[in-house]
Design a binder for this molecule. Structure first.
Ligand SMILES: *[C@@H]1O[C@H](CO)[C@@H](O)[C@H](O)[C@H]1NC(C)=O
Ligand SMILES: *[C@@H]1O[C@H](CO)[C@@H](O)[C@H](O)[C@H]1NC(C)=O
Ligand SMILES: *[C@@H]1O[C@H](CO)[C@@H](O)[C@H](O)[C@H]1NC(C)=O
Ligand SMILES: *[C@@H]1O[C@H](CO)[C@@H](O)[C@H](O)[C@H]1NC(C)=O
Ligand SMILES: *[C@@H]1O[C@H](CO)[C@@H](O)[C@H](O)[C@H]1NC(C)=O
Ligand SMILES: *[C@@H]1O[C@H](CO)[C@@H](O)[C@H](O)[C@H]1NC(C)=O
Ligand SMILES: *[C@@H]1O[C@H](CO)[C@@H](O)[C@H](O)[C@H]1NC(C)=O
Ligand SMILES: *[C@@H]1O[C@H](CO)[C@@H](O)[C@H](O)[C@H]1NC(C)=O
Ligand SMILES: *[C@@H]1O[C@H](CO)[C@@H](O)[C@H](O)[C@H]1NC(C)=O
Ligand SMILES: *[C@@H]1O[C@H](CO)[C@@H](O)[C@H](O)[C@H]1NC(C)=O
Length: 439
């Protein structure tokens, strides 16, 4: 017994020793390169949170273990990931980045320079030949379109993030060598519909984020025919107009995620029924109107459905009962009326967020007509201004006594007798209290 313990301890120590020897640490050239980057950042009064404290000039220190670094897993000692996010920010604004500092890192795959308020590169020589680099994150800096030209040495780029900069144009010219771009994030710039033709080179695009820009056209005026692989399209918070008829969306049939929230779109959304792969649909805060089309029941992969703050009228939809994959369902602040029975969602076992309210006085959320038990555990529930259980004396919904995970519940503007006349909004509601009030 004792021998066994001693023996296994010896094996353990030998194993640790071997591990230490097997790990060569990072290459000397790259170690020195990192220390130069640190000198540069400190010279700019950066690193406010002392995140580079582990970067010490000591040969015994293995730089693969340093903060913000990842080395290759095949023990070559090459650094593959370098995250220099938020090291310069407002303590040292508007810096020109010396990109020569990245020359030593031949095997770099990911470089994150986001949130640094960089204005551009020194010398405009372009990025060094980091021809393994697949992900470059330059979001939240002060860069304009002129930097694009300098990225043409990055021949393996598949992900480029340039959100929240000052891009007024996006041209593929000078940048053609990485046509394999799959993820392009350009939210929070000054771009409009005229950039879409410049993106036609990138036929491998899967994710395209263009939210928070100046698109003031209709979706149908944007030519998406070249993007047959597009799975995610985000055009939220622009000034888009027009509707979502079939002809408006026919080139977007492979979409899994579509966000058009915070625009000025109106009319029908019938075309969405053809986007059968949709998993996440957000058209909140627009001016879509008419009755919600029942054919939305064909979108059986939907997990997130956000329809709030539009002008939808007519009866509450019944298609939601078929969408059993839903985790998030919101149709707040529309003008729908009639009766919506929560028991139709009883088997939606994944549902976590449910928001219903109506600006029509003829809306009625009904819970008690049938005996039912929810298979879901909600985290967040809004049943506001919708005449809860009007036919049953406006009692508090009984299903709430089976909800154990709620952190937000808003039943305001209902005529529930045990609450005040105005209704009541509870935040961080405790289920125990809920049960007491329910009796
Ligand atoms: C190293 O990591 C990459 C990506 O994480 C992986 O594809 C590869 O199989 C790994 N190689 C080894 C030898 O573990
Ligand atoms: C940029 O960095 C390189 C490599 O560290 C250095 O040799 C060069 O002097 C730097 N240039 C400027 C303008 O700081
Ligand atoms: C773009 O940024 C570069 C570098 O800061 C600057 O020289 C140039 O004037 C800017 N161009 C525009 C149109 O703002
Ligand atoms: C779109 O942006 C480009 C580049 O900034 C500009 O020249 C053009 O006038 C804009 N078009 C519209 C319709 O706003
Ligand atoms: C935007 O880029 C395209 C393609 O290079 C070019 O034709 C157009 O003139 C540019 N527009 C502006 C306003 O720079
Ligand atoms: C879009 O904005 C541009 C520039 O502000 C303007 O000239 C153009 O008429 C607008 N287009 C639409 C469809 O509103
Ligand atoms: C949508 O908005 C446009 C422009 O304001 C208007 O001409 C059109 O009648 C609207 N369509 C619907 C169905 O409301
Ligand atoms: C939706 O599905 C039904 C039956 O599954 C089918 O008859 C109908 O044409 C579909 N609607 C659309 C818009 O694809
Ligand atoms: C929706 O569910 C109802 C009831 O289960 C069923 O009759 C109907 O065919 C379903 N619709 C679609 C489009 O699957
Ligand atoms: C939920 O599932 C049960 C058992 O499979 C079934 O009896 C019931 O009708 C279903 N309810 C709804 C609303 O689909």
């Amino acid at each position: 017994m004792k021998l066994g313990i001693i023996f296994s301890s010896v094996v353990y120590f030998v194993a640790i020793l071997m591990q230490n020897q097997g790990c060569k640490g990072c290459l000397e050239k790259e170690r020195i390169g990192l220390l130069e980057i640190k000198d540069y950042i400190l010279s700019q009064k950066g690193d406010p949170y002392n995140e580079l404290d582990s970067w010490v000039d000591d040969r015994a220190s293995n730089c693969c273990t340093w903060n913000k670094i990842k080395c290759s897993n095949i023990s070559s000692g090459h650094i593959t990931d370098l995250s220099l996010k938020m090291l310069l920010d407002f303590w040292s604004s508007n810096t020109m980045l010396n990109v020569s500092l990245f020359h030593p890192f031949e095997e770099l795959r990911l470089l994150d320079l986001s949130y640094n308020l960089f204005r551009g590169w020194i010398g405009n020589e372009g990025f060094p030949g980091l021809n393994k680099l697949d992900t470059l994150d330059l979001s939240d800096n002060n860069l304009n379109s002129s930097i694009l030209r300098s990225l043409n040495e990055l021949t393996s780029l598949t992900t480029l993030k340039l959100g929240y900069n000052f891009m007024h144009n996006f041209s593929a010219q000078g940048f053609l060598r990485s046509k394999e771009l799959e993820v392009l994030e350009l939210p929070g710039n000054m771009l409009n519909g005229s950039i879409i033709p410049s993106l036609h080179e990138f036929t491998s695009l899967k994710n395209l984020r263009l939210g928070d820009n100046n698109f003031n056209c209709s979706l149908s005026s944007l030519d998406f025919t070249k993007f047959s692989r597009l799975e995610l399209l985000d055009l939220s918070s622009n000034q888009l107009t027009g509707s979502l008829h079939l002809e408006d969306v026919q080139n977007l049939r492979n979409l899994k995620v579509l966000s058009l929230s915070n625009n000025y779109m109106n009319g029908s959304i019938e075309g969405l029924c053809k986007l059968k792969d949709l998993e996440d649909l957000n058209i909140g805060n627009n001016m879509f109107s008419a009755q919600l089309p029942e054919c939305l029941s064909n979108l059986t992969n939907l997990q997130v459905l956000e329809l709030s703050n539009n002008l939808f009228t007519g009866n509450f939809p019944s298609f939601t009962s078929n969408l059993t994959s839903l985790t998030y369902l919101s149709f707040c602040e529309n003008y729908m009326q009639g009766t919506f029975s929560l028991s139709t969602l009883a088997n939606h076992s994944k549902l976590q967020v449910l928001y219903i309210s109506s600006k029509s006085i003829a809306a009625n959320i009904e819970n008690e007509n049938t005996k039912w038990f929810p298979k879901f555990q909600l985290k967040s529930l809004i049943l506001r201004n919708c005449n809860i259980n009007m036919d049953k004396g406006s009692v508090i919904p009984n299903f709430l006594s089976y909800q154990y995970n709620l952190i937000l519940i808003d039943l305001s503007s209902n005529v529930t007798p045990r609450f005040s006349k105005r209704g009541y909004t509870f935040f961080f509601f405790k289920v125990i209290k809920l049960k007491q009030r329910n009796r």
